[in-house]
Structure formats: C-alpha cells, structure tokens
Ligand binder design. Structure first.
Ligand code: ADP
Length: 193
C-alpha cells in the first residue's frame, strides 16, 4: 500500500476530487477534519492548547479559533508551536486508519501539505490547482464569506506557482472535465510504482 498526499489551496476543489476518488474505490483520510476533531476531543492536546493560549481558547469544550487568530497577530511563531502539537497526532490517526485499509493506494487530503513539508512523508502528492478568481468565487459561495475574508485565507497558503514545481501529479480544476485527469494521475502513480 502506498500513501499518497492530496493537496491544494482553499477552493481548488481538493475535497471534490477526494470524494470522486472515494467513489472510485480509493480510501481517503481527511486530515483537516481529523485535526478539527482532535482539537475538540483529545484531552492532552486540549490541555496543552489551554496552557499556551489561555483558558479563553475553549468555551463549552469548543476550541475558539478567533482566540488563536488574535494571538497569532502578536506572536506568529505560535503557529509552528501549535502545528508541532497537532500534526503528529493527525499523522498517528492516519497511520492507524491506513493500517485498516486494504487498497493499494490510500489518500491523505490536507490543505497545506507543501507549506508544512509534510508532502515529503508521502510516496507522492497530488496537487489540485485552479485559477485564483475561480477559487475566490467558489469559496465565497460555499462558505458565505466576503471576498476579503477569502483573500485573507488564501494569503496564508502558498500560491500554486510555488507548489507546481514540487510534484508531477497535478489536476487542473478550472472547469475542464476532472474524471479523465484523475484517471491519468492514477495511472501515472501506478507506473511510478
Ligand atoms: P477545497 O476542498 O479545495 O477547499 P472544494 O472541493 O470544497 O474545495 O470546492 C470548493 C467549492 O467549489 C465547493 O462548493 C465545490 O462544490 C465547488 N467546486 C469544486 N470544483 C468544482 C468544479 N469543477 N465545478 C464547479 N464547482 C466546483
């Protein structure tokens, strides 16, 4: 079994492609969703986050993202500190999950695999790209956000131009048919085995 990353900036369509892969019979692990669950449920992570960010970072057991966001303005280094806590736990969950799968490929979907360097831990990583304006409009529609709010989220991620040099497995989700591209990537992954 090979572990394959699946990444792309917000609004690129990586979740859409992940669902298609699942329909094709490939198991997909959703790292960002798993991280959200861990924030809510992992007791020692919760305690560590409270120790770093203060009591206000949880209310009724729910992690308060805005508390983190506010503190990040004053202390950007916090991001790495928190990533270092959360990522190993997500990876542990992924390994456990992958151990229960029987497919020849399993995918790990996450927004920032290139930014964090985590892509190096996979046999290969598939990158989904889309034009910036298309991404903005998709996310505005999906999440009901203002253009500025979407641009802020995009600014925290690398531009596609920086990621396309790091993998040969690229899906262009600009309105052209996806299925053929997904099949092509799968067959390229198979021949690279
Ligand atoms: P990501 O997971 O990369 O943030 P999503 O897969 O959630 O992106 O896609 C963002 C939004 O755009 C979703 O509402 C999705 O349904 C829509 N979308 C994605 N790809 C396409 C496409 N090729 N055509 C039309 N809508 C799309």
């Amino acid at each position: 079994m090979r572990y394959i990353g699946l990444s792309g900036g917000i609004g690129s369509g990586k979740s859409t492609i992940a669902k298609t892969l699942e329909h094709m019979g490939y198991p997909v692990f959703y790292s960002d969703e798993e991280a959200k669950k861990l924030y809510a449920t992992h007791p020692s992570l919760k305690n560590e986050l409270i120790a770093i960010l203060g009591k206000d970072s949880y209310q009724n057991g729910v992690f308060q993202k805005h508390v983190l966001a506010t503190q990040l303005f004053e202390n950007p280094a916090l991001k790495e500190q928190i990533t270092a806590l959360v990522h190993p736990l997500v990876r542990e969950r992924f390994n456990e999950w992958a151990g229960q799968q029987t497919a020849d490929f399993v995918f790990n979907e996450a927004a920032i695999l290139f930014e964090t360097g985590a892509y190096k831990q996979f046999a290969a990583t598939v990158l989904v790209v889309a034009p910036l304006e298309t991404r903005i409009q998709r996310v505005q529609k999906r999440d009901g956000l203002s253009r500025e709010a979407v641009l802020q989220r995009i600014a925290h991620q690398w531009p596609d131009s920086k990621k396309i040099n790091l993998t040969p497995y690229i899906i262009i989700n600009d309105g052209q048919p996806l299925l053929r591209q997904i099949e092509d990537v799968i067959s390229k992954l198979r021949t690279a085995q």
